[in-house]
Design a protein around this ligand. Structure first.
Ligand code: NCD
Ligand code: ZN
Length: 350
């Protein structure tokens, strides 16, 4: 029988871009209506590199929430080649910072301050391993010689395997994985290694970049891959394996920053995140495993309590608006103008 209702423990988003200022105010409600908590990426301009900056950013997020919203931002620090070891201790001692984010310099939006050479931050990573502060990795090489579709696989071979050997106890999350290679690496690793998977990488393959013409709104980092990889991601997400959990990587950009000669990377999915994941899990015939992926594996990895609230989705088709406001501009959401099968109808906070 076709299910018409899904009720699960309130989920969390373990990888999210909320931006700042007016853009933050435009988008945060979409996330807060679904998710109890979200790991907020630190790639602002300038990046969030200290606990003091993360705490200020956290206050700005809380101040932007709609009245009555129950939502907890979990903060991250942006790792640079100048991050002092003492900052790791401060992060560990803080109530608001839960992880440190590694961006290879130049890999994606606002990553100029990222790390050029991993070995230059080994002393910082050593402190993270010792203090059990998770390292979140944007897992792509930036070497222009490497084909863009191979950059995740080559990162695993060149950097991740050596990193695991050098720091076997390091708690790490390979973020927004896009390949079978990443699935194999993570599923074969012990419990201190995990991965997030976005809804768009579960639903789209690289053909979506060129459907009848170039589709800048489907361009993201890491780039969409071929169908065999999408199938491997869907299998991993719906397998029940605790290594894998939900992270939307919802990344809003103003429309004009994407519809241009050199467009920004990022899909906006926060407006219908759970609806998208439900669609993917239903496609795999595994709606029964959505709750563990969305609401259990993440908090278990981060050693946080599972949420007590619930959310309800119903099979009630609705049309995604053509655009949403974003600061003084607009943002084109995933599936703009198209129909979605599932609707979020209820969220209870506790
Ligand atoms: C992100 C952004 O716009 O901040 N873009 C994206 O395509 N995912 C950055 C990132 O996570 O790589
Ligand atoms: Zn991201």
């Amino acid at each position: 029988m076709t299910p018409t209702r899904i009720e699960i423990t309130r989920p969390d988003d373990w990888h999210l871009h909320l931006r700042d200022g007016d853009a933050l105010a435009s988008v945060v409600a979409h996330t807060a209506r679904q998710f109890a908590r979200a790991i907020v990426m630190p790639n602002l301009k300038p990046p969030v590199t200290t606990v003091v900056q993360a705490e200020d950013y956290r206050r700005r997020i809380l101040a932007s929430l709609p009245a009555g919203a129950r939502f907890q931002p979990l903060m991250t620090l942006y790792l640079t080649e100048n991050t002092p070891v003492e900052e790791i201790a401060r992060a560990r001692a803080s109530d608001s910072v839960v992880a440190v984010k590694y961006y290879p310099a130049g890999a994606t939006t606002n990553s100029d301050s990222g790390v050029r050479e991993l070995s230059r931050v080994y002393h910082v990573i050593e402190a993270m391993e010792r203090l059990e502060l998770p390292l979140l990795l944007h897992g792509e090489v930036t070497d222009p010689e490497i084909d863009i579709f191979d950059r995740e696989r080559v990162f695993i071979e060149r950097h991740l395997i050596p990193l695991r050997e050098r720091f076997p106890a390091l708690r790490m999350v390979l973020e927004h994985i896009t390949t079978r290679d990443a699935v194999d690496f993570v599923s074969g690793a012990p419990a201190n290694v995990a991965a997030t998977i976005t809804a768009h990488h579960l639903l789209l393959n690289r053909n979506a970049l060129f459907e009848g013409g170039i589709r800048p709104h489907n361009y993201c980092a890491p780039i969409l891959k071929r169908e065999t990889h999408r199938a491997a991601l869907l299998q991993a997400a719906t397998s029940g394996d605790v290594h894998f959990f939900l992270g939307t990587d919802s990344a809003p950009h103003p429309r004009e920053a994407k519809e241009t000669a050199c467009g920004c990377a990022g899909l906006y999915t926060a407006h219908a995140a759970l609806e998208f994941y439900a669609e993917a899990f239903e496609q795999a015939g595994r709606l029964d495993r959505l709750e563990a992926f969305a609401s259990f594996h993440g908090p278990d990895f981060y050693r946080l309590p599972r949420n007590e609230g619930r959310i309800v989705l119903e099979r009630a088709p609705w049309i995604v608006p053509d655009e949403y406001p974003l600061a003084g501009s607009t943002c084109k959401p995933m599936r703009a103008g198209e129909s979605l099968a599932w609707s979020l109808v209820e969220t209870t906070a506790s």
